[in-house]
Each structure stands twice: as C-alpha cells, then as structure tokens.
Design a protein around this ligand. Structure first.
Ligand code: FAD
Length: 152
C-alpha cells in the first residue's frame, strides 16, 4: 500500500468541512480541517487531527483554546481560504464567541478548551472540551474523494 492508495481510500469517507480557529500573540489563525469527530458526552469532548507541520499545531499548543466551525454549503470559499487553496490575501473578519474567534454564519461553532493532545504519527490529535456552542439551520458543505460537494 503506497501513500496515494491510502489517501484515495480515506477519501471514500464522506465528511463535512470545518475551519479551526485560534489566536496566538494577538493574531487570529484559521485552518480548514475535515478530521473532526465527536468523542464524549460527559464531559463533552470533540477531536481534531492536525498535521505536525501545520502552523495551527503550534498555535493550539500555545493558546490551549480553539474553535471548530462547521461550514454551511455556501461557505466553500472559507474552506478554500483556510486551506490555502485561495491566496488573494483577502481579509477575513472573525466574530467573537466566548472570547474566541469564530466564522460567522457557520452551521455550528464550538468554543473549546484543550483537554488533551496526543502525537500520532505525523499528526497531533487535539481533544477539546466544549465550553459552549452556537447552532444555525442550513445545509452542510461536504467533502468526498478530494472534492467539495453540496448535500442537495
Ligand atoms: P497556513 O497554511 O499558513 O494557513 C492556511 C491558510 O489560511 C493560508 O492561506 C492563510 O493565508 C489563511 N489564513 C490563516 N489565518 C488567516 C486569517 N486570520 N485571515 C485570512 N487568512 C488566513 N490538514 C490537517 O492537518 N488536518 C485536517 O483535518 C485537514 N483537513 C482538510 C480538509 C480539507 C477539505 C482541505 C481542503 C484541507 C485539509 N487540511 C487538513 C489541510 C490544511 O487545511 C492545509 O494544509 C492548511 O494550509 C494548513 O494550515 P496551516 O495551519 O499550516 O497554516
């Protein structure tokens, strides 16, 4: 099994798309992530997997807080900006929720304190304890076989 085959196989798992946001030295940093799951109800825990080489890895280890913003079907541009797929230097305005940066109009925004971090191969698994959340109606942005999809 080579890397390409592993990636292609994992791409068969359809997911939603999130933008993780956090802050370091007064600068807000965002990163697109689909490696996200719910972990526990009591306490309320979620998990994200972040590449060891991603700037976000350092930012979360430093701030020990982050938000997870589940994107709606009309927020594909946000995903592309925070994945570095659009690099026009356009300023993105963040809202603030529980003192943390969030993407406005997301389907869900979760404000998390870092609960545990586990290095796993070339990624770090960050488990967040959800302190509060915002939910809105709408259709999610989906990702499958390396492409964005709409749920309709
Ligand atoms: P950078 O590459 O420096 O930043 C990412 C981009 O966001 C840059 O273009 C930067 O200009 C922009 N940006 C950051 N903050 C701001 C701001 N405040 N205002 C405006 N623009 C800003 N990687 C993972 O590790 N885990 C995953 O689960 C994962 N899932 C992905 C899912 C999808 C659908 C896609 C497309 C990519 C995914 N990636 C994932 C890859 C990851 O999004 C990219 O590798 C990303 O570039 C890594 O970000 P970084 O923290 O290294 O920062």
């Amino acid at each position: 099994m080579d890397d390409r085959m592993f990636r292609a196989a994992m791409g068969k798992f359809a997911t939603g798309v999130t933008v993780i946001a956090s802050e370091m030295d007064g600068d807000v940093h965002g990163m697109t992530a689909n490696a996200f799951m719910s972990v526990s109800l009591d306490p309320k825990l979620i998990l994200i997997s972040v590449d060891g080489k991603a700037k976000m890895n350092e930012v979360i280890k430093n701030s020990e807080k982050f938000t997870v913003n589940i994107l709606s079907g009309d927020q594909k541009e946000m995903s592309m900006i925070f994945a570095g797929q659009i690099k026009d230097g356009k300023k993105v305005e963040f809202d603030t929720f529980e003192g943390l940066p969030v993407i406005g109009d997301s389907l869900v925004s979760l404000a998390c304190n870092l609960y545990q971090a586990h290095d796993a191969g070339d990624h770090t698994l960050f488990i967040g304890e959800v302190k509060n959340l915002n939910v809105q109606d709408g259709e999610p942005l989906a990702f499958y076989e390396g492409n964005y999809k709409q749920m309709t």
